[in-house]
Design a protein around this ligand. Structure first.
Ligand code: DGL
Length: 264
């Protein structure tokens, strides 16, 4: 690439994709590590949830939306959805080998490194847990920790509705975690990008001795590393912009995106 083109490309935004609002938990981490970058966030709430759909459907939707972000000029893409990552990232890498492309997977590795011998519950969508990719990830760490996969159908919908601390959510989580509490839980991996928004309640129910793992910060650092490697970081030193788009395309969705983004 010529120096002129590279200089131009550095100013382009980073595209962030999720099936809905969940990827905003990753976007927040991206902004922390790359405050001077611009971001375009696309949430496919009209087709959510992805986590209960067949793999091929998720793959097609993900490819389509990633290509839309590329058409809008994204210099790199973060697939901020564990479900879409397991269904589509390998294919996207083959299609666009030059594109800085980072996906997210349940943070089992940090749990295994930090808590050898522990009993770790992995909360994720049914689809993420069914995938071969997840089985392989589990197999790599099963000699170090005891892994309990916990499919959470219906949990992302609470976040999509903006319900982050209601009584229905509490009852849902109590039942869900109750089902795997026959032995003490040492750690919980949040294997879906929607779940960090209900982390507080998960912690309350699980108890404060339980360590919670979120793959968002590691994913953000990895994207920064990839852009650095290609000399694609934006040289400006003023706060970047974030633009939200959503396939539901109502003001309500955008308002919720902004509220989740700036939530303390
Ligand atoms: N946020 C997504 C993930 O990280 C999935 C939510 C869904 O669409 O089911 O897996």
């Amino acid at each position: 690439m010529s120096t002129d083109n590279l200089e131009e490309l550095r100013k382009h935004p980073i595209g962030v994709f999720d099936s809905g609002m969940g990827g905003i938990s990753v976007l927040r981490e991206l902004v922390k590590v790359m405050p001077y970058e611009d971001f375009i966030y696309f949430g496919d709430s009209a087709n959510a949830p992805y986590g209960t759909k067949p793999t091929e459907v998720i793959r097609d939707l993900t490819i389509r939306h990633v290509e839309e972000l590329m058409q809008q000029g994204a210099k790199g893409i973060v697939v901020a959805c564990n479900t879409a990552t397991s269904a589509a990232v390998a294919v996207l890498r083959k299609m666009y080998p030059e594109l800085p492309l980072v996906g997210i997977e349940p943070a089992i590795k940090p749990a295994a490194v930090q808590m050898p011998g522990a009993r770790i519950v992995v909360m994720a969508t049914p689809m993420t847990i069914r995938q071969e990719k997840f089985r392989q990830l589990m197999a790599s760490y099963e000699d170090k920790i005891s892994i309990v996969p916990l499919p959470c159908p219906g949990l992302m919908e609470f976040v999509e509705r903006g319900d982050l601390d209601g009584e229905d959510l509490r009852t849902y989580l109590q039942e869900l975690l109750g089902a795997v509490s026959e032995k003490p839980i040492d750690g919980i991996v949040l294997g879906c990008t929607h779940y960090p928004f209900v982390r507080k309640m998960i912690q309350e129910i699980a108890g404060d001795k339980v360590t919670i793992y979120d793959g968002g910060p590691g994913t953000a650092r990895e994207m920064k590393r990839r852009l650095q490697e290609k000399d694609l970081l934006n040289p400006k030193t003023s706060q970047g912009m974030v633009h939200f788009f959503n396939s539901r395309d109502t003001q309500e969705e955008i308002t919720l995106c902004e509220a989740l983004f700036s939530r303390k």
